[in-house]
Design a protein around this ligand. Structure first.
Ligand SMILES: Cc1ncc(COP(=O)(O)O)c(C=O)c1O
Length: 410
C-alpha cells in the first residue's frame, strides 16, 4: 500500500486492504496465465462417462478420460454401489483408525494384494494421496530418492514432502539412472520410483531392468501403476505383469479411478511396510475412510477384469486401429503402443486451439500444457477405450486429419 505522499504504509493484520492486495495480486497472476496460454477453467459434463460425452452443452466422442475398459458406468458396478450404500450408508463418517473400518476394507485389500501377488495392501482415498503418503512416510532427510523426470506430480510432491535428497534421471534412461546410483552412495534408505505406464506419454517403464538395478545398488523399488492396472499384462495385473516382474516390485501404488472405473487408490507390498504406513502415512491417518459404494465397485471391477479378458482384447484392437489410422493421416505415432496416444503439437495456445477445433468437430480430446508436461512438449492426449466403436474411431480420425491439416501438423 502506498500513501498519498508516496511512502509505504505498513498493513495491520485486520486491515481490509491486506485482503484486497492479495486478491489483486492473484488476479494479476491469473491474467499472466491467460497471456501465456496456461489459464485453466472447468468444463461442464452432463450425464455419464462413456465413449460419448455431453460437454459444454454438446455431444462429442470422448478421448479425454481414463475409463479404459468402459467400467465407470457398467451396470454391475452401479448395482454393487447401490447395494453397498443400502447396506452400509453413504459415508464412513470417520477415519479408519477412528471408527470407519468396516468389513469391506479388508475384503478389498485382501483382493488387491492377491491380484498383485503381494503380501498386503492398504487403501488410500486417492492416487495422489497414496503417492504423497507412501514417499513422505518411508523417506526422510537422510535418504535418497531416484525419480524419473516424467513421474506424476503426486510423486514429485511426495518427494518434496519427505525432505529426502531427490536425484532425477532423464525419462526411462537406464544408463543415467545407473550413473546416479553409482555416484550417490549415502547410507540411508534408497528408493527408485517410476510410473508404470506414463499418463501423458503412453510409454512404459523398463521395470525388469529397474528391478535388476535396484538389486545391484541396494535400492527399494516403487511403481505407480495407475494407468497399467486392469489394462497391461496377460491378465490385466498391470505393468509389472507385462514386464515379467509381477510380485517383484517392492511397493506398488495405483489409482482405482482409471481402468477400474471407480475411485480411491491402493498400495501393495510387504506386510511390515503396510503396517508402517497405517501408523505413519499422514494422508491415510488424517482423512475419512472411502465410502462403501466405492469399495463395492472395486470388488466388482476386479471380478470383471478377471472374468472378461475380451475387454482388454477390444481395447488393444481399438488402440491399434487408432494408432495405424493416425499414422496413415500423417501423425508421428508408433503403430505399437498403449491406449494413451500423445500427439505432439508444441505451444500452449496452439494445442488449446486444436483441442477446441476438435471439439467443434465433435471430438473431445484434451490439450495438455505445462505444468502437466514440460514446456515445449504441449500435446493432444488421446485415450482409447474398449467401449469406442470403430465408427467412433474413424469419425475421430476424420476430424483429426482436418484439424491437423488446418494447423499444419500433418
Ligand atoms: C500416474 C498417476 N498417478 C496418480 C494419479 C492420481 O490418481 P487419483 O486421481 O486417484 O488421485 C494419477 C491421476 O491423474 C496419475 O495419472
Amino acid at each position: 500500500m502506498i500513501s498519498a505522499e508516496g511512502t509505504k504504509m505498513p498493513l495491520t493484520r485486520d486491515d481490509p486492504r491486506l485482503h484486497e492486495d492479495m486478491v489483486q495480486s492473484l488476479q494479476r497472476e491469473l491474467d499472466g496465465l491467460k497471456v501465456e496460454g496456461l489459464y485453466r477453467s472447468l468444463r461442464l459434463v452432463d450425464g455419464p462417462q462413456g465413449p460419448r460425452i455431453h460437454i459444454d452443452g454438446k455431444e462429442a466422442i470422448h478421448f479425454a478420460g481414463s475409463d479404459y475398459l468402459g467400467l465407470a458406468c457398467h451396470p454391475r458396478l452401479t448395482q454393487a454401489a447401490c447395494q453397498a450404500t443400502m447396506r452400509y450408508g453413504c459415508g464412513a463418517a470417520a477415519a479408519r483408525l477412528i471408527s470407519g473400518n468396516h468389513d469391506l476394507y479388508p475384503q478389498v485389500e485382501e483382493r488387491l494384494a492377491r491380484f498383485k501377488q503381494a503380501e498386503a495392501a492398504l487403501l488410500f482415498s486417492t492416487g495422489y494421496q497414496a503417492n504423497l503418503g507412501v514417499i513422505s512416510a518411508l523417506m526422510g532427510f537422510q535418504d535418497v530418492v531416484f525419480s524419473d523426470a516424467l513421474n506424476h506430480a503426486s510423486i514429485v510432491d511426495g518427494c518434496r514432502l519427505s525432505r529426502a535428497k531427490v536425484m532425477i534421471f532423464p525419462h526411462n534412461d537406464l544408463a543415467a539412472l545407473e550413473d546416479l546410483l553409482r555416484e550417490e552412495t549415502s547410507a540411508g534408505r534408497r528408493l527408485i520410483v517410476v510410473d508404470g505406464l506414463y499418463s501423458m506419454d503412453g510409454d512404459v517403464a523398463p521395470l525388469r531392468e529397474i528391478v535388476e538395478l535396484a538389486k545391484r545398488y541396494g535400492c527399494v523399488t516403487m511403481v505407480d501403476d495407475s494407468h497399467g492396472i486392469g489394462v497391461l499384462g496377460e491378465t490385466g495385473r498391470g505393468t509389472a505383469e507385462a514386464a515379467g516382474v509381477l510380485g517383484r516390485i517392492d511397493i506398488e501404488t495405483g489409482s482405482l479411478a482409471k481402468a477400474l472405473g471407480g475411485f480411491g487408490a491402493y498400495v501393495v507390498g510387504n506386510r511390515t511396510v503396510i503396517e508402517y504406513l497405517i501408523n505413519r502415512a499422514r494422508p491415510f491417518i488424517f482423512t475419512c475412510a472411502l465410502p462403501p459404494a466405492v469399495l463395492a465397485t472395486v470388488l466388482e471391477a476386479l471380478t470383471i477384469v478377471e472374468q472378461e479378458p475380451e475387454r482388454r482384447q477390444q481395447l488393444w484392437d481399438n488402440t491399434r486401429h487408432m494408432r495405424v489410422g493416425l499414422r496413415e493421416i500423417g501423425f508421428e505415432v508408433s503403430p505399437r503402443g498403449t491406449q494413451i496416444i500423445p500427439l505432439m503439437v508444441g505451444g500452449s495456445e496452439r494445442v488449446m486451439r486444436l483441442s477446441q477445433e476438435l471439439l467443434d468437430c465433435g471430438v473431445f480430446a484434451q490439450g495438455i500444457r505445462y505444468p502437466s508436461v514440460p514446456r515445449g512438449t504441449e500435446r493432444i492426449r488421446l485415450t482409447v477405450t474398449a467401449s469406442h466403436s470403430k465408427a467412433d474411431l474413424d469419425a475421430a480420425l476424420t476430424a483429426l486429419a482436418e484439424a491437423g491439416r488446418a494447423l499444419q501438423l500433418i
